[in-house]
Design a protein around this ligand. Structure first.
Ligand SMILES: Nc1ncnc2c1ncn2[C@@H]1O[C@H](COP(=O)(O)OP(=O)(O)OP(=O)(O)O)[C@@H](O)[C@H]1O
Length: 633
């Protein structure tokens, strides 16, 4: 198939009739070649289904990462997303779905090394006792995240294959496969609704670029090369961030009440017509009285259109009033050119600028943050005096353009942009680590998924932002998907049981109501060490870590990273990572240096520590010179 696609790509321009077709065909074939690109580390199939009953009785099918057909076009391997493949993940003794035998293949570096059969027709079912599953989850992690198509679990599969119209929220303890589920769901939806979603787009939103880099290879490995991946910040960036808010100001700016403050601020610009309008037109002069002008403005306001659309609606209505006068006087219909001229006539534009002025998000926010009266009016009954003071920029820049905006300002600018105009909507958005999204960030996503669905993934216990969610129902409301189901995942595939047990001690102190994780992993170990010499003990721990295969991370409070880096020097396979960016990542061996310092570094330090402790795939070493934080002991 690959050779065929490559040959077509090479000769495509010779068969195409014209340059446009050649370009279209070229792009299509280039994509096809990319989609078929093979990863030599993974075989073409990982399973087989032999049906004993039902419409496929007597047939056997291989299941793999994509459809593979032979030269005659007959299927050799079924895509894991195809309807029949569902049985590979969901059939069981209780509900065999016609499957007599399910076979799983184990492989190492692209070579098949084992297989495992379950004769469902004879009552055999392995579930999580599958050795191939165990091998897969215990394998040393090197490099970026991999797909899990060969071993998706039934409860995960149910989420992956949920209907495209359904938004859902997955509350999952660390390592339960939320990220994996979200990525596979994107791939599944693209398979089922390729054309529609290609047009509207599928987007993956992650917490930071390190995380996006870590997951970047998963979808291409599944043949999906056209999914956008972004942080919320990059998604809504419209001006550069050149300043930082102190936390109290940022907290107010991210609060849901700001939506109403901004709505009022935008609409406060609409005024009342106070004089008639006169428009010269050759030898005529048209006149519209104050009353009809007021009616036009009131009607447009009542229609609930975005502000900028409303302004154009008013312009169009004024022109139609002029048109009616002209028709009455001249007895014929004026041309379209005449209408365009009237729309741009100075008295019409002057009128609009007076009662419905053109706005920019920057202009609106600048005025709000620099004009005390404007802010008081828009925030009346919503923000306290102290909160308003936090918002006033002092000293204010001289103009909107000269303002140094903060990250939180950019979220507000986006909200205003959404009040001014419509935004295009994605077909589906996967939001990872969503517990950290503020209400205002959720609204930014809601604006971009008005006609699409979302998969919300997160863990309330891992919320570290000052505005982190403590209730999924509320996040879903801000996202414009109230009532979407919240589904728990509790079986952990990453963190060994001993490490989960340690991390779970923190849960009661985190003030969120989430089910604790249960680990599938009986291997791995935990080593907690008190020491007088942190650096020496860390060096020792790194030496021990390097005796094993896989990735190693030394995780410490952000402020300690530079010092540790100097003390440890460079090692291949060892990363020194600040606690603030490890969310969503995993390493075979994690060395946590001075938990108390990680906790003390920020208001939600215990949540941060919970994240840090749950990054380990196989081994966790905890080193401390001062006592461990209370809940851990
Ligand atoms: N069904 C599965 N088969 C094999 N491995 C799996 C399966 N589900 C999850 N994993 C593996 O478990 C690890 C954790 O998965 P993932 O990162 O998706 O979890 P998460 O819930 O997003 O974690 P966190 O809360 O820490 O962000 C990954 O290495 C993933 O590949």
């Amino acid at each position: 198939m690959r050779e065929h696609a490559e040959a077509l790509f090479a000769t495509g321009d010779k068969v195409a009739g014209d340059s446009y077709t050649a370009e279209q065909l070229g792009r299509h074939m280039a994509r096809r070649v990319l989609e078929l690109a093979d990863d030599p580390a993974t075989p073409l199939f990982f399973g087989r289904l032999d049906f004993g009953a039902g419409e496929h009785a007597g047939h056997g099918y291989h299941v793999g990462r994509r459809h593979v057909t032979d030269e005659a076009g007959e299927p050799m391997v079924l895509d894991w997303r195809a309807p029949i493949s569902r049985s590979f993940y969901r059939a069981g003794v209780k509900d065999p779905q016609g499957v007599a035998v399910r076979r799983r293949f184990g492989f190492v570096e692209g070579v098949i090394t084992s297989f495992e059969d379950e004769h469902l027709d004879r009552g055999e079912e392995l579930g999580t006792a599958s050795k191939i599953l165990t091998q897969e989850i215990e394998r040393p992690r090197v490099g970026p995240m991999r797909d899990i198509v060969a071993t998706i679990q039934p409860e995960q599969d149910e989420l992956v294959r949920a209907d495209v119209a359904d938004s859902l929220c997955v509350q999952g303890a660390p390592g339960t496969g939320k990220t994996a589920v979200g990525l596979h769901r994107a791939a599944y939806l693209l398979y089922l609704h390729r054309e529609r979603l290609r047009r509207s787009g599928v987007l993956i939103v992650g917490p930071n670029r390190a995380f996006l880099g870590y997951i970047a290879a998963v979808l291409p490995a599944l043949g999906e090369v056209e999914v956008a991946q972004s942080t919320v910040e990059d998604l809504i960036a419209r001006v550069p961030v050149r300043a930082e808010d102190a936390t109290p100001a940022a907290v107010v700016k991210h609060d849901a009440r700001m939506a109403e403050v901004l709505r009022r601020a935008v609409w406060s610009h609409v005024g009342k017509p106070v004089e008639p309008m006169t428009v010269p037109d050759g030898s005529y002069r048209w006149r519209i009285g104050e009353e009809p002008l007021r009616r036009v403005v009131d009607e447009a306001r009542r229609e609930g259109l975005p502000y900028a659309v409303g302004r154009e609606r008013v312009r169009a209505r004024v022109v139609s009033l002029l048109l009616r006068q002209s028709e009455a006087r001249r007895g014929d219909s004026p041309s379209e050119a005449w209408q365009r001229r009237m729309a741009k006539a100075k008295p019409v534009t002057d009128f609009l600028d007076a009662v419905w002025p053109a706005l920019t998000p920057e202009g609106v926010l600048y005025r709000l943050f620099s004009d005390r009266d404007a802010l008081r009016e828009s925030a009346d009954g919503l923000l306290t005096d102290e909160e308003r003071e936090l918002l006033m920029k002092r000293p204010a820049a001289r103009t909107a353009r000269a303002t140094r905006w903060t990250g939180a300002d950019v979220v507000l600018l986006d909200e205003i942009a959404g009040l001014l105009d419509r935004m295009p909507s994605f077909g589906h958005v996967v939001l990872d680590e969503a517990q950290d999204l503020s209400p205002m960030q959720c609204r930014a996503i809601a604006r971009r998924t008005e006609h699409g669905s979302i998969t919300l993934l997160g863990d309330l216990a891992q919320g570290t932002a000052p505005w982190a969610s403590t209730d999924w129902a509320e996040s879903l409301r801000h996202l414009g998907k109230p009532g979407a189901p919240v589904v728990p995942l509790t079986v952990g595939f990453r963190v060994p049981a001993a490490v989960v047990e340690l991390a779970n001690r923190l849960l009661p102190s985190l003030a969120v109501n989430v089910p604790p994780a249960e680990s599938l992993r009986r291997d791995g170990w935990l080593d907690v060490r008190a020491t007088d010499d942190l650096e020496e003990e860390t060096r020792r721990a790194v030496r021990v870590a390097l005796e094993h295969e896989g990735s190693v991370a030394v995780i410490a409070a952000d402020a300690a990273v530079e010092r540790l880096g100097k003390a440890l020097g460079e090692h291949e396979r060892v990363e020194i990572v600040p606690a603030s960016i490890v969310k969503g990542l995993e390493y075979d061996h994690v060395i946590v240096v001075e938990p108390a310092e990680i906790v003390d570094a920020e208001p939600r330090g215990l949540n941060r520590l919970y994240v840090v402790l749950t990054r380990a795939v196989s081994r966790l070493t905890v080193i401390h010179a001062v006592p461990l934080p209370g809940p851990l002991t």
